[in-house]
Design a protein around this ligand. Structure first.
Ligand SMILES: NC(=O)c1ccc[n+]([C@@H]2O[C@H](COP(=O)([O-])OP(=O)(O)OC[C@H]3O[C@@H](n4cnc5c(N)ncnc54)[C@H](O)[C@@H]3O)[C@@H](O)[C@H]2O)c1
Length: 272
């Protein structure tokens, strides 16, 4: 386990899902963790658990698509813990009612998805980088998705936002490398979180069976867990990854390694 004693970490969307898993792993490793989220109840619950386990945590209610809220998160982190070393830009949304083509996607839906998934990464970075500079460097980890690399039908805003996150990652890495600020992205496959369970519930039927079916589509035979993502995020935030910047890491149980023509019903074989 890496020692993050003395480090201050901000995690957007840290109330649930991957953010919650990363928050607990950072806190267990000695970091002071600021959970920024719109979900007061879940966010407060996480921080209470950290305090119960004698860890340092702070919940800040924030809509990270809003500039004032983002500035407020950074100010609260500095006031409570004296600075910021690590930013996990994690919050993201994929509303079940947003699976539409471009013609049917409303401007409001486009703005909401790109606001949380992409603009928030820009805003949080904008206000955090000056604080990292004061500490002589830092690490920004942006949660993108395999959907930033390939896509599925009917997710125009989500796909565009995740592709944008990968471009923003490269850009910020170039612009801040000389100041000791590394910027990397992660591209998860399907991970068992509230987001995925909401999508699975839309299909009707037994959620466990639906998740198992999603898992069967991944070469490793299961979907990922929050802990899989947390382990990667802590590695990327650590000095063990000190030569990594401007790049992304795919963490998907082999999903992206598999061609659409390989395996599965209806796939072409050499006998065809
Ligand atoms: N779950 C997956 O399979 C999967 C795969 C690839 C990428 N991702 C990405 O990983 C990230 C985390 O996803 P998750 O599955 O843990 O989602 P989740 O829905 O389980 O958790 C997301 C968290 O973000 C918070 N949030 C939502 N809107 C917010 C806002 N405006 N301001 C502040 N907080 C807000 C939610 O309250 C929640 O706590 C997202 O960026 C998502 O796009 C998820």
């Amino acid at each position: 386990m890496v020692d993050f004693d003395g480090k201050v970490v901000i995690i957007t969307g840290g109330a649930l899902g991957m953010g919650r898993a990363a928050a607990h792993e950072f806190a267990k490793s000695g970091a002071a963790v600021v959970v920024a989220d719109i979900d007061d109840e879940a966010g407060e619950r996480n921080v209470r658990r950290m305090h119960d386990e004698s860890q340092n945590g702070l919940f800040v209610r924030a809509d990270v698509s809003d500039a004032c809220d983002c500035r407020g998160v950074v100010e609260a982190a500095v006031a409570a813990f004296g600075g910021v070393d690590i930013l996990f830009n994690n919050a993201g949304i994929q509303p079940p009612d947003s699976y539409l083509n471009v013609e049917d996607t409303s401007e409001e839906t486009w703005d909401r998805i790109t606001g949380v998934n992409l603009k928030a990464h820009f805003l949080m970075s904008k206000y955090t980088i000056p604080e990292m500079r004061k500490r002589g460097g830092g690490v920004i980890i942006n949660n993108a998705s395999v959907q930033g690399l390939q896509s599925q039908p009917l997710v125009p805003a989500y796909a565009a936002s995740k592709g944008g996150v990968l471009s923003l990652t490269r850009q910020m890495a170039l612009d801040y490398a000389s100041e000791g600020i590394r910027v990397v992205a992660i591209c998860p496959g399907t991970i068992d979180t509230e987001m995925v369970r909401t999508v699975a519930a839309q299909e009707g039927g037994d959620i466990a069976q639906t998740l198992a079916r999603y898992g069967a589509g991944h070469p490793i035979g299961r979907i990922g867990q929050g802990g899989d993502i947390a382990a990667l995020v802590l590695f990327l935030a650590s000095d063990a990854a000190s030569f990594m910047t401007g790049t992304h890491v795919v963490i998907d149980g082999g999903l992206m390694a598999m061609g659409a023509w390989a395996g599965g019903a209806g796939a072409a074989t050499e006998d065809d």
